[in-house]
Design a protein around this ligand. Structure first.
Ligand code: DQA
Length: 150
């Protein structure tokens, strides 16, 4: 059966393309989804690409992924730096998660340096813009293939 990977996006990422393009780039979220769909078809996986401005909805989708998916690509946006609930949700489902940030959060304000998701992610990609999502998809697919062999 085709593996499903959830690609979850947090608050304000619906504004990508218009929102601080000097930091987040010119690619819209739809553009990132198209890049992910093309990579997913190359890798032979299927993706569920979702965005919400609401923490509870993201918790619901992490839980849904726990029932339906093999792994999660997660850009929790500002909730990365604040959300114990999202860390708990990731711990609860025990799926491999790759955390993605478009910007290099370590080069920015100190409040962005800590992420509640990083300690429960298998890896973190930040600072590579929209390409980070494509890299994360390839990394997660590779991780799942290796895990299946073990
Ligand atoms: C972000 C970085 C976060 O600090 C910020 O709150 C975002 C986007 C990124 O993709 O670079 O909204 O997750």
């Amino acid at each position: 059966m085709t593996q499903v990977i959830y690609v979850l996006n947090g608050p304000n990422l619906n504004l990508l393309g218009q929102r601080e393009p000097g930091i987040y780039g010119a690619t819209s979220l739809e553009g990132i989804e198209a890049m992910c769909l093309s990579k997913a078809s190359e890798l032979g996986v299927s993706i569920e690409f979702l965005q919400s401005n609401h923490e509870g909805e993201l918790v619901d989708w992490v839980q849904e992924a726990g029932r339906r998916a093999a792994g999660i690509i997660f850009n929790p946006a500002a909730y990365s730096h604040t959300s114990v609930a999202l860390q708990d949700a990731v711990r609860a489902v025990a799926l491999p998660v790759v955390e993605v940030h478009l910007s290099n959060i370590h080069k920015r304000e100190s409040f962005r340096h800590h992420s509640f998701i990083s300690p429960v992610a298998i890896g973190v990609i930040c600072g590579l813009g929209a390409f980070g999502y494509v890299a994360a998809l390839e990394a997660l697919s590779n991780h799942l293939n290796e895990a299946a062999k073990a």
